[in-house]
Design a protein around this ligand. Structure first.
Ligand code: Q0Z
Length: 287
C-alpha cells in the first residue's frame, strides 16, 4: 500500500481504500464472522477465495451488466475498482425462503410486498426469484423495505432497472452454480451509477459472504439448510454454550482447516480452476 492510499471504510471483514479520485481498492481479509461476531481466529486464504470468486463473477456477467472491476492485484485479495455513486439500497434477490424472508413470510404470508403461495416451508424454492430491497444500515442489520420505499430512495425508473438487472444476475448465477452442486439461496448486491448515468455492479458478487450458499446434495426443505462455508464454525460454536456476543471463541485447527477446505471447494466448483493456480496468477479468473 503506498503512502497516498487512504483508508476510507471498513466492513466486518473487508477494508476499502481510495487510490485516487476515480479508483478504490477493496481488500478482503481472512477474518470470519459468525452469528454477527468477528472471531479472533482467521481462515487462511478466505479473503483470496472471496476476491477470486467475485472477480470470476464480474468477468462472467460483464455482458449482462457493467461492473466496477478494473484490476485484480497480484496478492489475490484486492480489487482495484471504479469509484461510483452508490445507490442507497441493498439489492437482494431471493430464490428460496430463508432468513428474514422466511420470518416475514411466516408472519404475513408475503416478503417485501411480494405475495407468495400459502403453505410454503422453510427453505422452499420460490415459484420465481423475488427482488427484496433493503436499507443500508451503518451498523447492525439491513432492514427489508417495500418497493414503494425503494422507489422513494432511487426513483421509480431507476428501481425498475435495478430490479430487472438484479433478477437477471441472480438467474444467471443461480443456474450456473446449481449445475455445479451449489444452491445460491439468496444474494445481495450493491449497484452504483457511473459518471454517464449508467448502472454498474459494484462491491462483491456471489461470494459466500454476500450470498447464502447451500450444498445441493444436502438440500431438504422444511428445515434450515447447512451453510456451504460456515457450517463447521457454527456447529463448533454451538458446542461451546457461547452466548454469541463479542468476543467470540478461538477456533481449533481442525475447524479452521475444514472451513478453509470448504471455501476452496466452492471456488474450485464454481471457477473450475485449481485454487493453487489462482494463487500463482489471480488473473486466471478473468479469462
Ligand atoms: C463499497 C464497503 C468494503 C467497507 C462504498 N465502486 C465503488 N464506488 C463507491 N463506493 C463503493 C464502491 Cl465498491 C463502496 N462499499 C462497501 C466495502 C469495506 C464498505 F470493502 N462502500
Amino acid at each position: 500500500m503506498s503512502e497516498t492510499t487512504t483508508h476510507v471504510g471498513s466492513g466486518k471483514v473487508r477494508e476499502l481504500y481510495a487510490l485516487d479520485d476515480d479508483r478504490l481498492l477493496l481488500m478482503a481479509s481472512d477474518r470470519i464472522s459468525t452469528f454477527d461476531v468477528v472471531l479472533p481466529t482467521e481462515i487462511p486464504d478466505k479473503g483470496r477465495v472471496l476476491t477470486g470468486l467475485s472477480a470470476f463473477w464480474f468477468a462472467r456477467t460483464r455482458d449482462l451488466v457493467e461492473n466496477h472491476l478494473l484490476e485484480i492485484r497480484p496478492d489475490g485479495r484486492s480489487l482495484e475498482c471504479r469509484r461510483l455513486e452508490m445507490l442507497p439500497i441493498e439489492c437482494v434477490v431471493r430464490g428460496y425462503l430463508a432468513g428474514s424472508g422466511w420470518k416475514d413470510y411466516r408472519a404475513s404470508g408475503e416478503v417485501c410486498g411480494h405475495p407468495l403461495p400459502e403453505g410454503l416451508s422453510e427453505s422452499d424454492r420460490l415459484p420465481e426469484p423475488i427482488f427484496t430491497p433493503a436499507t443500508k444500515a451503518a451498523t447492525g442489520h439491513d432492514e427489508n423495505i417495500t418497493r414503494e420505499q425503494a422507489a422513494e430512495l432511487v426513483g421509480a425508473d431507476r428501481l425498475r432497472e435495478v430490479e430487472a438487472t438484479s433478477l437477471t444476475l441472480y438467474g444467471f448465477a443461480a443456474a450456473y452454480a446449481a449445475e455445479r452442486g451449489i444452491l445460491i439461496a439468496d444474494t445481495k448486491f450493491e449497484l452504483g451509477i457511473d459518471r454517464t448515468g449508467r448502472l454498474v455492479l459494484a462491491d462483491e458478487a456471489f461470494t459466500p459472504d454476500s450470498s447464502r450458499f447451500w450444498p445441493a446434495d444436502q438440500y431438504e426443505p422444511g428445515r434450515p439448510q447447512p451453510s456451504y462455508d460456515k457450517q463447521f464454525v457454527r456447529d463448533y460454536c454451538e458446542t461451546l454454550g457461547w452466548d454469541k456476543t463479542d468476543p467470540g471463541p478461538e477456533l481449533p485447527e481442525e475447524v479452521v482447516a475444514g472451513t478453509r477446505a470448504r471455501y476452496v471447494e466452492a471456488f474450485e466448483l464454481l471457477a473450475e480452476i485449481p485454487f493453487d493456480r489462482y494463487l500463482d496468477d489471480p488473473e486466471v479468473v478473468l479469462r
